[in-house]
Design a protein around this ligand. Structure first.
Ligand code: KIV
Ligand code: ZN
Length: 525
């Protein structure tokens, strides 16, 4: 095996179509449901990401859902839209009507195919299932040319019945057969070859396109999808961040990056624009209030972070030593190095250079000693703490703005009021500002906005508990947007409001230190 470090294609590859079902199957994840008007925002981003098909929802489920599908079908004329329906006339009518104005559309019909579903859920015999699916595929075919048919729970069905079901759907005019691993039960070595057997044994099996839809109950959704691709599948159904029922669906970003990184070995490619992956992931996570695990491949916060000194040293010499993908190519802000007690001088020097600081040898030694002492106290050294340490080592103020004091009044019976004191490094002056807000954090942010004249948009706050018990430390990560760029600040404290305030000031400091903002000018407007 050789490593393709630049992800270049070296021959003609089979194109895999990416069918995104974040807004349908993804929304079925407990707690992930969103308002119809938010669906259009996510759908627009999916179109920018370059997915081939969007399944925007289940039209029969509510009037709001119907309207969202209708609006997405009308607006996103460059993407194919999938109308999802059970093998039931009312479902089909709703899906057909909601997707009527799409430039390209398909009707996606499904019915269960495993004996356990037939006995206990549908309470139908195999012959009855065949009759219903034949009638409904034929019914849908009157309205829509392209029918995708899914035999639900296919991986737990008897192969004999599965073949009958697929053969009947093809006979009635289905042109795409989507074989789902509904319960995430399949193993790659079983699942892949099943597609070859279907194509060879089902009458008409070589006249249709194949798709797969894998759930992640055993953590095998991506592996099973890749196995299906190896056996001729040309479409894969996925969800952003792998969200979906139970353990979720095949993750869009994991599948796409596996194909992009190892495409030469697999011999396939997708039309996805990797530069939009991070933005899409953040939007889905924020909108659906669905946090991403730290160690989630590709989009998890630790996915490109390295704390070990040996790894950091290797990375700084050549990033291919410990990275198989370029995070920046996916729009992921490059902060690959987490500073902690394992970090060496090289990594610290590199991080402060990103803020424009170059220290003399003596100053660097002093900073290193302070850094190690601090790292023993708190696990991670955030950038704001590092800049404070730089200030102590150089006897100057390294942070353009420093939060000197914070007071907050909060509670159920009173309005939330805050005051902050901020020191400006430029002239050493301190100013105190007061404000109120609906919550204590809003009050604090209103104060800081007066003190730090950087017109950055407060985009996101993540709060994490770093330990257990009542004395737990909280970590706040604030993301701001300025001039189309994102900046992050991180801070740790037992008082989470103080941590959030420091993280916000730190993010604003990053904007100022990047040289993009001119606080004096912004203060004047
Ligand atoms: O998991 C599943 O089987 C599905 C289908 C109905 C495609 O979501
Ligand atoms: Zn599913």
């Amino acid at each position: 095996m050789t490593m393709n470090t630049n992800n270049e294609s070296n021959g003609s590859k089979r194109r895999i179509r990416i069918f995104d079902t974040t807004l349908r199957d993804g929304e079925q994840a407990p707690g992930a449901s969103i308002k119809p008007e938010q669906k259009i925002v996510i759908a627009r981003q999916l179109a920018r990401l370059g997915v081939d098909v969007i399944e925007p929802g289940f039209a029969i489920s509510s009037p709001g859902e119907f309207q969202a599908i209708q609006q997405i079908s009308r607006e996103l004329q460059g993407v194919e839209i999938s109308g999802f329906a059970r093998c039931v006339k009312a479902d089909i009518d709703a899906a057909v009507a909601a997707t009527r104005d799409a430039a390209r559309r398909r009707l996606h019909l499904f019915i269960s195919s495993s004996q356990i579903h037939l006995d206990f859920q549908l309470r139908k015999t195999q012959d009855e299932v065949i009759r219903v699916l034949r009638e409904m595929v034929a019914y849908g075919k009157q309205f829509v040319d392209e029918i995708e048919f899914s035999p639900m729970d296919a991986s737990r069905a008897s192969e004999e019945f599965l073949f009958r079901v697929i053969e009947s759907a093809i006979d009635e005019g289905a042109s795409i057969i989507n074989v789902p691993d509904t319960m995430g039960y399949a193993l790659p070595e079983e699942f892949g070859p099943m597609f070859t057997r279907i194509r060879q044994n089902v009458r008409g099996g070589d006249t249709v396109a194949y798709s797969t839809h894998c759930h992640n109950d055993l953590g095998l959704a991506v592996a099973n999808s890749l196995a299906a691709i190896r056996h001729g599948v040309t479409q894969v159904e996925v969800c952003v961040n792998g969200i979906g029922e139970r353990a979720g669906n095949c993750s869009l970003e994991e599948l796409v990056m596996a194909i992009q990184t190892r495409g030469d070995s697999i011999g396939v490619e997708t039309g996805i624009n990797p530069g939009e992956i991070y933005e899409t992931s953040r939007l889905v996570s924020r909108t659906m209030h669905f946090p991403i695990a730290y160690n989630k491949p590709i989009v998890g916060r630790n996915a490109f972070q390295h704390e070990s000194g040996i790894h950091q040293d290797g990375l700084l010499k050549n990033r291919n030593t410990y990275e198989i993908m370029d995070p920046e190519a996916m729009g992921i802000p490059r902060s690959m190095i987490v500073l902690g007690k394992h970090s060496g001088r090289h990594a610290i020097k590199h991080r402060i250079a990103e803020y424009g600081f170059r220290l003399e040898d003596g100053e660097l030694e002093d900073l290193y000693a302070r850094f190690k002492a601090k790292a023993d106290e708190q696990k991670i050294i955030t950038d704001d703490v590092l800049l404070q340490l730089v200030g102590e080592s150089t006897d100057s103020a390294a942070e353009p703005y420093a939060l000197v004091d914070l007071q907050v009044l909060a509670g159920s019976q009173r309005s939330r009021i805050a005051s902050v004191t901020v020191r400006r490094a430029e002239d050493g002056t301190e100013g105190t500002f007061a404000a109120s807000g609906e919550g204590p954090l809003e009050a604090v942010i209103h104060c800081i906005r007066q003190a730090v004249p950087v017109e950055a948009e407060f985009e996101d706050l993540e709060l994490h508990s770093l330990s257990t018990g009542e004395g737990a430390f909280g970590e706040a990560v604030v993301t701001v947007q300025y001039g189309g760029q994102r900046y992050q600040g991180t801070a740790i404290h037992q008082d989470i409001i103080l941590a959030a305030a420091r993280a916000y000031v730190s993010a604003c400091n990053s904007v100022v230190l990047s040289g993009r903002a001119n606080p004096a000018k912004e203060a004047a407007v």
